[in-house]
Design a protein around this ligand. Structure first.
Ligand SMILES: *Cc1c(COP(=O)(O)O)cnc(C)c1O
Length: 412
């Protein structure tokens, strides 16, 4: 067995040494029997370790798990027991978090685009934290609060104005779709203050953000261009939500959670002094990515011509089976194949099993896989616990959604 990191190009040469192998529990599970592929197996012990480690690295920050990264009830349930809060984006995610035992006050409705009836749904269940980035969205929130003026006191409602972030340094940037510029944010927050709401700012520095300094840049913007003008207008910023972005361990190496924690804490201390706003973060990927492994089967190895330097390797999982983050080859999963470590290797294009020509995982970036790789071989995609089950199509081309197994927590 070998975990491949030796692809063409210098950027990845160090990756094999930095990447954690699947846990002993996952190895034991994979060895038990040959199961129908593809499937994801997640070791909940790893999720718990990640949560505790990030919580320790960000001691003054409340963690809201971004449910979309992997909403399995097995994960949400024990995170509630750990004291984790939740970032939700729809009535469906609200229901999942509440079903797992979360209290409504522990939920943040982080989607900036909500139907009015979805805001009502959240308010009526007791959710009081809402993100927004436009006047129309603020008006919807204010309207719903007014329509429930007997039961909801405006200061209980924390509105987080999302500001634009360029996503530089991130492998999966979220830049253009969400957020507004700082001048609009100040204006929106002054309007929110007039409604009597508690005021906050949120941002997302881009998912799989490999530069801890990105948070300082965003926090500096918040301090200088939002908090300061708000103070001049007589309003205090009650909360800052620094979003997600904390990385999983893929082919390229990443800084540790402690590096992120130190960078963020230093920036907060420097920019906001001894009495900073309430701090929130919304880790998704970091908590679950490294806890999961997808096992897949090689369906076909082919060459397009006798002159081709590379082979095409078709797996039984692809873009529509959960690997949507291979779009643009943004996320590069470590890949483990059978055959001896010293077996001859060569470049491949890796593709999924559907009849859609977009269903190609890696073509620009050439993974080097064993020449002996053949149909029927089992291949593992490492660090696939985040953004896979949720991206898997229900039945595109007749393929079922990604199966998943969750290995229960071991004590304590
Ligand atoms: C998806 C999302 C997150 C999680 O981001 P990660 O990079 O996975 O940590 C956090 N906040 C919001 C608003 C999101 O949409």
């Amino acid at each position: 067995m070998s975990i491949t990191a030796s692809a063409v190009g210098p950027a990845t040469s160090a990756a094999a040494s930095t990447h954690p192998a699947p846990t002993a529990r996952i190895e034991a599970f994979l060895e038990q029997e040959r199961r129908e592929t593809p499937f994801l197996v997640v070791d909940l012990d790893v999720v718990r370790d990640r949560y505790r480690r990030l919580d320790a690295a960000l001691p003054t920050t409340e963690l809201f798990y971004a449910v979309k990264a992997n909403p399995a009830p097995e994960i949400l349930g024990f995170l509630v027991d750990e004291g984790c809060r939740f970032d939700v984006a729809s009535p469906g995610e609200i229901d999942m978090a509440l079903a797992a035992g979360a209290r409504p006050s522990q939920l943040s409705y982080g989607n900036t685009m909500k139907k009015r009836r979805d805001i009502e749904y959240a308010m009526d269940r007791g959710v009081r934290i809402f993100s927004f980035d436009a006047m129309e969205e603020l008006a919807k929130i204010a309207d719903v609060v007014k329509s429930r003026s007997g039961s909801i006191d405006p200061p209980e409602v924390l509105v987080l104005c999302r500001i634009l972030c360029d996503g530089a340094g991130a492998d999966w940037p979220l830049s253009r779709k969400f957020g507004c510029d700082v001048d609009q944010a100040v204006e929106l927050l002054i309007n929110a203050a007039d409604e009597g709401f508690s005021l906050g700012v949120c941002f997302h520095v881009g998912s799989q953000q490999r530069n801890p300094g990105a948070y300082r840049a965003a926090l500096t913007t918040v301090a200088e261009q939002i908090s300061a003008p708000l103070a001049e207008a007589g309003h205090r910023l009650d909360a800052i939500n620094i979003g997600g972005g904390f990385p999983g361990t893929y082919l390229a190496g990443v800084p540790s959670p402690e590096d992120y924690g130190a960078a963020i804490q230093a920036a907060i201390d420097e920019l906001f002094g001894p009495n900073p706003p309430r701090l929130m973060a919304e880790p998704g990927r970091y908590l679950v990515a490294d806890a999961g492994v997808i096992q897949t089967e090689v369906v076909l190895v082919a060459r397009k011509s006798i002159h081709d330097q590379h082979r095409w390797v078709y797996l039984d999982v692809g873009l529509f089976g959960g690997l949507a983050e291979c779009l643009g080859e943004a996320i590069k999963y470590p890949i483990r194949t059978p055959h001896a470590d010293d077996a001859a290797i060569g470049p491949v294009v890796i593709a999924g099993p559907t009849c859609d020509s977009a269903d190609v995982l890696y073509e620009e970036f050439k993974y080097q896989l064993p020449m002996a790789l053949a149909a029927g071989d089992l291949v593992e995609l490492i660090s696939t616990g985040a953004y896979t089950t949720t991206y898997s199509a229900v039945a595109f081309n007749g393929f079922p959604p990604l199966r998943a197994y969750y290995l229960p927590l071991s004590q304590p």
